[in-house]
Each structure stands twice: as structure tokens, then as C-alpha cells.
Design a protein around this ligand. Structure first.
Ligand SMILES: [Zn+2]
Ligand SMILES: [Zn+2]
Length: 274
């Protein structure tokens, strides 16, 4: 696995690379617009150039994480359309910056079947609006409240609800904390094996494009999204040791989202490599 971290963009998106270098990360995940508001200025051409040149200089692969305000399955049409618009805007920014993946949470709605269709429609609109190669990655969620995407079946259904040509630009991001919180017990070797067997049967491992590497503050099946430092939570060290040594995931990026102590967490992960 290529070990990376979610880095800040204060001072411009291009600044994330130098922060990653200080943290000894080898890949970056960033926000490509203000994550706390709906309004966001376009990225200036000079900043796009700086980002691309930093990407070349460091050789780091990159991903973007979508804003948290969005709900692509919202029952309220105004919020839904605003969310879909933000997704298309962010995918456009990824294309502009040369970022391969836009990771996003599908959204929430009590009606699961209806929600799957709504999310897929928003994804199709974004992909149709932004020509290019950048992919949308549906993130496995913790299943907090009415949020969608905590069962592999739901993630597979979302992917499959996106029509043919657009579906080629849809992949999946596996968050270790979220999957565990959702009830997938990857904390033991047996549980790890059966979790990825189920992922392969239901979604297909070929669609897995990135990881979020987070330990989980709360116990298995808690349905609560609280990240913990690697090895210090309910997941413990074992699943991370298995992940960093798993040849199936050798070329995939894995991003820490613990917000602090990235360097220390990366050292822990590297120390587990055989
Ligand atoms: Zn996320
Ligand atoms: Zn999370």
C-alpha cells in the first residue's frame, strides 16, 4: 500500500505536498473546495500549475475528499440538487488538478432503494458534466443515522445503478474505521479474510481503488464514525498489519484521517511491514 494522509490546503491546494513530505506521507488526500461552506471560489490557474508541478516533483498520487455538507440522496430536492452540483464542481476540480479520485459519502435517506437511485443520478450527472478520467469513489460509511453505504450490498447497488459508460468511472474507497463501525469485524485474521471475501463477492475487489486508514474509537457495529490513532482503538494493530502486507492492495493508496500525529501513525504502519 502507498501510505498517505489527508493534508490541509491552507495557503492553496499545492501546499498539501510539502505538508505530506514533512509527515513522510507518500500520497495525499485533500479537499478541493472549502469543506465548511457551499460557496467556493474557483482555483486560480497559477495555483493549478503549482499543484501540477508539485505533483510531478514529489511523484505523489492524489485523491480528493468531497465536502461533508452534501447529501446526494436528500429528500429535499433543493439540498439534493445543490449537493449534486458540488459533486460535479469537485470532480471538475480533480480533472483540472490531475487528481485521480474524488471520494464521497453517498448521503442519507430513510428510503434505501430510493436513495440508491438518487445518488446514482447525481453521480451520472457529475460524470457526464466532466469529461475525462477522474473517478468517483463511493466510500464505505459507518452507517450513522440514516446514512447510506454501510452495507457492501448498498455500495454495489449504487455502483450498478449508474448507467454503463459512466459506471466505468465509479470505484470504491474502503474506510477501516467505518467498515468496523458498520459491523465488519476485520480485527482478526479470520474476520479480515471474510470481510474482503464478502467485499469481493458483493462489490468486486477490482473496484476497490483507495483506503482510509483509521482506527475506531468505538466498538464493532457501533454505527458511529469516530476515528482513532492506528493501533490505539477498537481495531488494534492486527488489521493494519494485514493491510500493509496484503499483495492485493500493494499499488493502492491508503490515507490516514486521524487529523494529527500523521508522522507517528505512518511510522507505526511502516514498522508493521514485513
Ligand atoms: Zn470520508
Ligand atoms: Zn470517518
Amino acid at each position: 500500500m502507498i501510505l498517505g494522509a489527508h493534508e490541509g490546503i491552507a495557503g492553496g491546494v499545492s501546499r498539501a505536498f510539502e505538508r505530506a513530505e514533512l509527515d513522510t506521507a507518500q500520497a495525499i488526500q485533500i479537499f478541493v473546495r472549502n469543506p465548511r461552506g457551499w460557496a467556493s471560489k474557483p482555483i486560480e490557474d497559477e495555483e493549478v500549475e503549482r499543484f501540477r508541478s508539485e505533483a510531478r516533483r514529489t511523484g505523489m498520487p492524489s485523491a480528493a475528499h468531497s465536502i461533508y455538507l452534501a447529501n446526494h440522496a436528500a429528500a429535499d430536492p433543493e439540498l439534493r440538487v445543490k449537493s449534486w452540483g458540488a459533486l460535479a464542481d469537485e470532480l471538475g476540480r480533480c480533472e483540472q488538478l490531475g487528481i485521480s479520485f474524488l471520494v464521497f459519502h453517498p448521503g442519507s435517506n430513510a428510503d434505501v432503494d430510493g436513495a440508491v437511485k438518487l445518488v446514482a443520478e447525481g453521480m451520472e450527472r457529475a460524470i457526464d458534466a466532466v469529461k475525462g478520467k477522474a473517478r468517483l469513489l463511493v466510500e464505505i460509511t459507518a452507517g450513522q443515522g440514516k446514512s447510506l453505504g454501510w452495507r457492501f450490498e448498498q455500495v454495489a447497488a449504487i455502483r450498478e445503478a449508474v448507467p454503463g459508460a459512466a459506471r466505468r468511472r465509479v470505484g470504491v474507497c474502503f474506510d477501516t474505521c467505518h467498515a468496523f463501525a458498520a459491523g465488519y469485524d476485520l480485527s482478526t485474521p479470520e474476520g479480515y479474510a471474510s470481510t474482503f471475501r464478502a467485499f469481493d463477492e458483493v462489490i468486486g475487489l477490482e473496484h476497490l481503488k483507495a483506503f482510509h486508514l483509521n482506527d475506531c474509537k468505538k466498538p464493532l457495529g457501533c454505527r458511529v464514525d469516530r476515528h482513532e490513532h492506528i493501533g490505539e482503538g477498537a481495531l488494534g494493530r492486527e488489521p493494519f498489519r494485514l493491510l500493509v502486507n496484503d499483495p492485493r492492495f500493494e499499488s493502492l493508496p491508503g490515507f490516514l484521517e486521524t487529523e494529527m500525529r500523521f508522522r507517528e501513525n505512518l511510522d507505526v504502519l511502516r514498522s508493521m511491514r514485513r
